[in-house]
Design a protein around this ligand. Structure first.
Ligand SMILES: Cc1cc2nc3c(=O)[nH]c(=O)nc-3n(C[C@H](O)[C@H](O)[C@H](O)COP(=O)(O)OP(=O)(O)OC[C@H]3O[C@@H](n4cnc5c(N)ncnc54)[C@H](O)[C@@H]3O)c2cc1C
Length: 413
């Protein structure tokens, strides 16, 4: 009988599970404060889900704190306002992003997700990212000095021991499940999105265009003069669930069904979309009370980004608040050495983040419900709010949440 080769065992200072926005940004924040870490990413490379995302002032403040905003800003133009056309009534409303009192630019920049991930990853030592490393399960065991060590079992059988674990493993986080956080809920809505590329220029005005139809909200927003991002948020039906990750099915469904009654300009965007950019996703969220009351930290283990507070994307905030988490984690862990100090620091991080995240999730859900305005008996009142109050007053008011400043990282060394 062949002897089984014993698996390697290491003890890492900090392990970050997941190399998405939250994982890379957290690794960079820790690197900036002089802490080394290992990122475990299940894919064989950095992988973006959805081609582009909107980054609002709170994200830019976090990116400045992380020292990489300057790498992205020159490539993306800021969008300060929008136009919302109700295709059923023909009415057009304007939409403005709130003004910041400290002179920080208001509005959004839509960036390529790949560019954001690469800008973060470039600043982290290459050996800090281990690809094709999928976390399967977690347990704890007693460490040498009666502290507890977290044992991470990977899908390939490898075992990694860590003093600190930060779960940045997204919506279906293994770490969140281990902590006992409640499952994310399905909002009943989904979104298809894509990135249209026009090498000769798309000719769009530099603004956020939205179209409202029964049960659908459609958005179109340029990144720069060549690329434009679009999305259709709609009610989930059994048919759209079959779209999965099949770009050709998504494009066909959009052109033949979801966008059939939309302006030609929009359909051209769909036709010019890069196939790999076409994605369909159900819109999920963790309830604000589960975020506030749930257990997001146990000993030296915590969560960040979607693993902590998945939100519907109706204020374009999931990635932005993942960047905020990273800065706060870097600040809290900067001077923590012993298990007791780490435990206390992670407690401070969760206390600082949970109300902020819960407010974002609640505001995003509200914003999505009003703008989509399709909720059974609530449909008519929601439409009245949307058509007469929301874009005029409420949007600018709740968008003030996006002006949040998560602060800076401490100087070390
Ligand atoms: C339709 C839509 C539009 C959006 N628009 C915006 C927007 O405009 N602005 C904005 O800020 N946000 C937006 N978001 C939200 C944003 O995409 C997410 O909040 C953000 O990607 C969260 O980053 P994350 O790193 O926490 O999670 P993820 O991006 O999900 O990354 C998790 C990483 O962990 C890895 N992983 C998962 N499980 C394991 C495991 N067991 N072991 C190892 N690795 C693992 C994954 O491969 C992945 O790389 C949108 C979301 C959707 C669905």
């Amino acid at each position: 009988m062949m002897a089984t080769r014993p698996r390697a065992e290491r003890v890492e200072e900090v392990v970050i599970v997941g190399g998405g926005i939250a994982g890379l940004a957290t690794a960079l924040a820790l690197h900036r404060v002089g802490k080394s870490c290992l990122i475990l990413e299940r894919w064989h490379e950095l992988r973006e889900s959805g081609a582009a995302l909107g980054l609002l002032p709170n994200a830019w403040r976090a990116l400045h704190a992380l020292g990489i905003a300057h790498k992205l800003i020159p490539n993306y133009r800021i969008v300060r306002s929008g136009r919302v056309t109700n295709l059923e009534t023909g009415s057009v409303q304007t939409q403005s992003f709130p003004e910041s009192s400290d002179g920080e630019e208001n509005g959004a920049r839509i960036v390529h997700r790949k560019a954001l991930l690469e800008a973060l990853a470039e600043e982290i030592p290459q050996e800090a990212i281990r690809f094709s490393a999928k976390l399967a399960s977690i347990r704890t065991e007693a460490g040498p000095d009666s502290s507890s060590i977290t044992v991470l079992q990977l899908e390939d059988g490898d075992i990694i021991k860590a003093k600190v674990v930060i779960g940045c493993d997204g919506l279906h986080s293994v770490v969140a499940q281990w902590l006992g956080l409640a499952q994310a809920h399905d909002s009943g809505r989904s979104a298809v999105r894509g990135l249209a590329v026009f090498p000769e220029g798309h000719g769009l005005k530099h603004e956020f265009q939205q179209f409202l139809l029964a049960n659908r909200r459609v958005g179109l927003i340029p990144l720069n003069n060549h690329d434009a991002y679009w999305f259709i948020s709609h009610l989930t039906t059994p048919k759209v669930k079959e779209l999965g990750r099949h770009p050709e099915l998504i494009q066909r469904e959009v052109l033949l069904n979801l966008a059939v009654d939309l302006p030609l300009e929009f359909k051209q965007m769909v036709e010019h979309s890069v196939p790999s950019s076409l994605t369909w996703d159900p819109l999920m969220f963790r309830t604000p009370w589960d975020i506030v009351l749930g257990r997001a930290h146990r000993g030296c283990v915590t969560v960040a980004g979607d693993a902590f507070h998945p939100t519907t994307p109706d204020l374009g905030q999931g990635g932005c608040i993942a960047l905020e988490d990273a800065v706060v984690l870097g600040r809290c862990l900067a001077h923590a050495e012993s298990p007791k100090e780490v435990d206390e620091s992670l407690g401070r991080y969760v206390a600082e983040r949970r109300w902020r995240a819960a407010a974002i999730v609640a505001a995003s859900y509200f914003s999505g419900s009003v703008q989509q305005a399709s909720a059974g008996v609530w449909t008519r009142p929601l439409r009245l709010v949307r058509d007469f109050l929301f874009y005029r007053f409420i949007f600018t008011w709740i968008s003030r949440l996006t002006l949040f400043d998560c602060g800076t990282l401490p100087k070390v060394g």
